[in-house]
Design a protein around this ligand. Structure first.
Ligand code: ZN
Ligand code: ZN
Length: 220
């Protein structure tokens, strides 16, 4: 199965994708499922469950801003607070029945670096992020390989046409969201797709910095 495990919707301050658009584009691009992972909110994924009504597997979750970088979590139906260390955040996610996967490792500013990754216990790393520089994705891939953990892929879409640019392959067909989460937890998934070269990366960085100033220098 192909599941894009990282998508933002209007429930994030920096995305204008409606939940319906995310689902429609996912169906059109041949995905079997998506995770809706808005910044610090599960609201989009809960909407997604209603909106998809069985046409597409929806993995609930969110992307939490920890003190040491962004953290994807899956299987949650309630918010986990931002602003804790990555280790503390992972403990909270697990205590609420979810699993956690560090997003876009090695990205400057919002991705966990080597020293953090070495201290946290996670079943996988996001090794293919559609908005990451390919060089950072490669670093994440080699870290996951050396650590003997799984990998995931997600587009990190903030607009509908980005959905599916990166995805996760899960062995098996007709799986439920719970099965997908179980595969990630066992380290059995693999990320595919592509990140960005230098040109695309510069464009994304420009957009991120511009929006940061438009928000009045507030981090998400
Ligand atoms: Zn992020
Ligand atoms: Zn993201």
């Amino acid at each position: 199965m192909k599941v894009d495990l990282h998508n933002h919707t209007v429930h994030s301050p920096d995305s204008s994708t409606t939940v319906r658009d995310a689902i429609d584009f996912a169906l059109r691009s041949g995905l079997d499922g998506i995770a809706i992972t808005d910044h610090n909110s599960v609201a989009g994924s809960l909407d997604g469950l209603k909106e998809a009504s069985g046409r597409l597997v929806i993995v609930t979750g969110m992307e939490i801003s920890t003190l040491q970088g962004h953290l994807l979590c899956f299987g949650l139906k309630e918010d986990v607070a931002k602003g804790m260390t990555m280790g503390e955040t992972i403990e909270h996610v697990i205590s609420k029945g979810g699993i956690a996967v560090p997003s876009h490792p090695f990205r400057m500013g919002t991705g966990a670096g080597r020293s953090v990754l070495q201290t946290v216990k996670v079943p996988a790393l996001e090794t293919v992020n559609g908005r990451n520089l390919n060089s950072n994705n490669r670093k994440a891939e080699s870290f996951a390989k050396n650590a003997g953990i799984g990998s995931t892929g997600g587009s990190d879409s903030h607009s509908p046409s980005e959905v599916g640019r990166a995805y996760t392959v899960i062995e098996g067909d007709g799986l439920s969201a719970a099965d997908v989460i179980d595969s990630i937890a066992r380290g059995r998934t693999k990320g595919y797709g592509s990140g960005q070269g230098i040109g695309g990366g510069a464009k994304t960085l420009f957009k991120i910095v511009t929006e940061y100033f438009q928000r009045g220098r507030r981090h998400i």
